[in-house]
Design a protein around this ligand. Structure first.
Ligand SMILES: [Ca+2]
Ligand SMILES: [Ca+2]
Length: 296
């Protein structure tokens, strides 16, 4: 298949990494040859209308699908021997890769694995980068940085939930000052959720993300909570990460580790129930600003 940058593969590049152990006066020399880097590619963004955007481009669509390919750190294996991360606007988010002819994978069972990820952009500059690590946690490949400028309104509230286990279902919940509630059961105002707000998707099988966006927030407190809804048989702990940006400002980032025992069978939802992770309270001014207070 065509891959951006593959024409440069014939050039022998030797990257010399010198790590100086400060104080000990000891030098470690690590040589990396061709093939160690450059086998992760972002081939493009695709918006909801099917339009493809190349790096450096602009868009007026906030929902974008990021597609591309990576190679398995150990060739000829039927499972991926490592982890793939999408660095989206500065944060590494673990993502799945497929070699079964789905999610944009062109040939099942070869050495090329595909990813297909959805993200909700912020207004202005957005950056994407793919990082591949082996099973020991060493970075073995990294894509070129992919940039896109989103000509979309600044959101008073932008929230993203991701987590680090495959197959699990974690849910983002937001209540507004009037106790209106947006979650998977009512993602939009039309479905009974918060007026003027939207949850883009309920991810039920691993990693997320789920995004909550609201262009014009009311005056008052918004409560952000996360529930571990179903482990779907996964026995490992799940660490969830929530990023919050108020009016396009810097990210507030919070993490919480759930054990399988934290999955709750409770069916009620409230701002005060004790079996969810209370992430933060957003105290909005109603004029495009507010403060974020982490739950204690
Ligand atoms: Ca393949
Ligand atoms: Ca979910």
């Amino acid at each position: 298949m065509k891959q951006k940058g593959i024409s440069a593969m014939g050039i022998v590049i030797v990257i010399i990494v010198i790590v100086v152990a400060a104080g000990a006066g000891t030098y470690f020399l690590v040589l990396k040859g061709p093939g160690d880097f450059g086998e992760a590619y972002i081939t493009g963004l695709v918006d909801e209308n099917g339009n493809t955007i190349v790096s450096g481009g602009t868009t007026d669509q906030k929902v974008q699908h990021i597609k591309g390919t990576v190679k398995n750190p150990q060739p000829d294996e039927t499972t991926f021997k490592g982890k793939v991360y999408l660095n989206f606007n500065g944060a590494d988010e673990e993502i799945p890769a497929y070699n079964d002819g789905t999610h944009g994978d062109e040939t099942a069972g070869d050495d090329i694995w595909a990813f297909y990820e959805t993200r909700v952009l912020i207004s202005g500059a957005n950056t994407f980068l793919i990082i591949v690590k082996d099973e020991a946690g060493n970075t073995v490949a990294q894509s070129d940085e992919f940039t896109v400028t989103a000509n979309i309104p600044v959101m008073d509230i932008w929230i993203q939930l991701t987590w680090d286990t495959d197959g699990t279902d974690v849910d983002l919940h937001v209540w507004d000052p009037g106790n209106e509630h947006t979650y998977f059961g009512q993602k939009t105002e039309a479905a009974g959720g918060i007026s003027g707000a939207e949850l883009d998707v309920d991810d039920v099988n691993g990693y997320g993300p789920e995004h909550f966006t609201m262009q014009s927030a009311q005056v008052g407190d918004y409560v952000v909570k996360v529930r571990y809804y179903s482990a779907h048989g996964v026995t490992a702990n799940t660490t969830a990460t929530v990023r919050i940006s108020i009016a396009g400002g810097a990210y507030h980032t919070y993490t919480h580790t759930f054990t399988p025992d934290d999955v709750t069978t409770e069916t009620g939802y409230s701002t005060t129930s004790g079996y969810d992770w209370h992430v933060a309270t957003l105290s909005m001014t109603g004029t495009g600003g507010g403060t974020v207070t982490a739950s204690t």
